[in-house]
Design a protein around this ligand. Structure first.
Ligand SMILES: Cc1ncc(COP(=O)(O)O)c(C=O)c1O
Length: 385
C-alpha cells in the first residue's frame, strides 16, 4: 500500500494528543440519550410498512434513482412528496435534497452573490458554514443569539455598502446547544433592514409546531422568512432534507445549487419513507406530546438534582451539560455508558475549547425512570468532581 502522507499522519497524531481523535462507534444497545430520533420514527413499524405499501401500490420496483434529478432521477414520487411537504410545512414550495448537508451547501454556495453579505450565528452548523465558504459573498459571524450586535453589524454594512443584498442565517434549535434565538425579534430586525432571513429547522421539526412543523410555524412566522431548511434524518427518522420557500427560489436552486444538480437523486424507497413519515407525523400527535412531557420532566429533574446551572437553557429535545476538557467529558460519558446510558461527549474542535459538553437528546420513548436515573448518575459525577 502507498505510504500515507506524513503531513496528514501528523494531523492525526495531533488529534490523538488532544484527546480529540474521532472514531466510528459500534452500536451499543444502551438507553438512547444520544440519537436524533426524537420521536422513535426510525424504528417505527407502521412507517416502515407504509413506505413499502406506497411503493407497492404504485408498482415501483426500483433500487436506485439512476441519475441526477435533472436527468433520469426525478422519480414521480418527488412531485407528490414536494407537494405534501409544501402543504405540511405551510410553504409555497419545497425542494428535496439528498441531505441537510447538501441542502445547506447548495443554498449558501448558490444564493448569496459576490456583492452580497451573509451574517451567520457563530454556532451555525458546519453545513451552513461550509456552504458560505463555497460561495462568493462576504460573510461575518455574529455572537450567538445576540441580535443587538447583529443589528449593529447590519447598520455598519448598509452605511459602507449601498449595493448588495444582506442574508442572515440562524438555526431555530441549535444542534450542539439546544437553545433558540428570539425568532420574532430576528424576523422584525430582518424585515426592518430589508435582509433575507434563512432558518435551519433541522432540530425543531417534530419537536415544535402543532403537528411538528417546526418552531417558525409554531410562532406563526413561517411566511416571514426567505427560506427554511428542514431535514428528515432527525425527528422524521429517515433521510434527506428540503428547502422551503417561493416557487422562484425553487427554480433558482434547481438551476444553480450544485449539490442538487451534480448528484444522483434519492432512491424511490427513501422518498416513500419520507412520505410515510410525514403522513405519520401529521396524523399522530401522541409521540410529540410524550416528547414534550419528557422535556418538561427532564427540566424538573434538573432542578430537583440542582444540576440546572451546569446546563445550557433549552426547551428543545437537546440538553447540554458543560463539562470542560476533552479528557474529562469523554471520561464522564464513558462512566454514564458503563451505567447503561448512551450519552455522547461533544468535544473540541466540534465545540470551542473550554465548552466541551455532554449532550443529552430526549425522546418520546425515554421513560421517566430512565430520565431520573441518568440525571442521578450525572449528579453523582458532579459530587465526585
Ligand atoms: C442544524 C443542522 N443542519 C443541517 C444538518 C445536516 O443534516 P443531515 O444530517 O440531513 O445532512 C444537521 C445535522 O446534524 C444539523 O444539525
Amino acid at each position: 500500500m502507498t505510504e500515507f502522507p506524513k503531513k496528514l499522519s501528523a494531523k492525526l497524531t495531533e488529534r490523538q494528543t488532544n484527546n480529540a481523535l474521532r472514531k466510528l462507534p459500534v452500536p451499543n444497545g444502551l438507553i438512547d440519550f444520544s440519537s436524533n430520533d426524537y420521536l422513535g420514527f426510525a424504528k417505527n413499524e407502521t412507517i416502515f410498512k407504509n413506505a413499502s405499501s406506497i411503493l407497492e401500490k404504485k408498482g415501483v420496483i426500483a433500487n436506485g434513482a439512476t441519475g441526477s434529478r435533472l436527468l433520469t432521477g426525478n422519480d414521480g414520487l418527488y412531485g407528490e412528496l414536494e407537494d405534501l411537504l409544501a402543504s405540511f410545512f405551510g410553504s409555497e414550495s419545497a425542494l428535496v435534497f439528498n441531505s441537510g448537508y447538501d441542502a445547506n451547501i447548495g443554498f449558501f454556495s448558490a444564493v448569496p452573490q459576490r456583492s452580497d453579505v451573509v451574517f451567520y450565528d457563530e454556532l451555525s452548523h458546519a453545513s451552513i458554514r461550509d456552504g458560505i465558504g463555497m460561495g462568493l459573498a462576504q460573510s461575518y459571524k455574529f455572537k450567538h443569539n445576540r441580535l443587538k450586535g447583529l443589528k449593529g453589524q447590519i447598520d455598519r454594512t448598509r452605511e459602507r455598502k449601498t449595493d448588495g443584498d444582506i442574508y442572515v442565517v440562524t438555526e431555530s434549535v441549535f444542534s450542539m446547544d439546544g437553545d433558540t434565538p428570539d425568532l420574532k425579534a430576528l424576523v422584525e430586525l430582518c424585515t426592518s433592514k430589508g435582509a433575507y432571513l434563512v432558518v435551519d429547522e433541522a432540530h425543531a421539526v417534530g419537536v415544535f409546531g402543532k403537528r411538528g412543523e417546526g418552531l417558525l410555524n409554531d410562532l406563526g412566522l413561517q411566511d416571514k422568512v426567505f427560506a427554511r431548511i428542514v431535514t428528515f434524518g432527525k425527528a422524521m427518522g429517515c433521510h434527506g432534507a428540503a428547502i422551503l420557500g417561493s416557487h422562484t427560489l425553487k427554480s433558482y436552486l434547481v438551476n444553480f445549487a450544485r449539490s442538487f444538480i451534480y448528484t444522483t437523486g434519492m432512491p424511490p424507497h427513501s422518498l416513500a419513507t419520507i412520505l410515510a413519515a410525514c403522513e405519520h407525523m401529521s396524523m399522530s400527535r401522541g409521540g410529540q406530546m410524550q416528547l414534550r412531557a419528557n422535556i418538561e420532566f427532564f427540566k424538573d429533574q434538573l432542578r430537583g438534582y440542582e444540576l440546572e446551572a451546569y446546563f445550557i437553557p433549552s426547551n428543545s429535545a437537546v440538553h447540554c451539560c458543560l463539562v470542560e476538557g476533552n479528557e474529562k467529558v469523554k471520561n464522564w460519558s464513558l462512566q454514564l455508558q458503563d451505567k447503561g446510558f448512551d450519552v455522547k461527549p461533544i468535544m473540541s474542535p466540534t465545540v470551542p475549547k473550554g465548552q466541551e459538553r455532554l449532550r443529552f437528546c430526549l425522546h418520546s420513548f425515554n421513560t421517566e425512570n430512565e430520565i431520573k436515573d441518568v440525571l442521578l448518575s450525572l449528579a453523582q459525577l458532579f459530587e465526585k468532581k
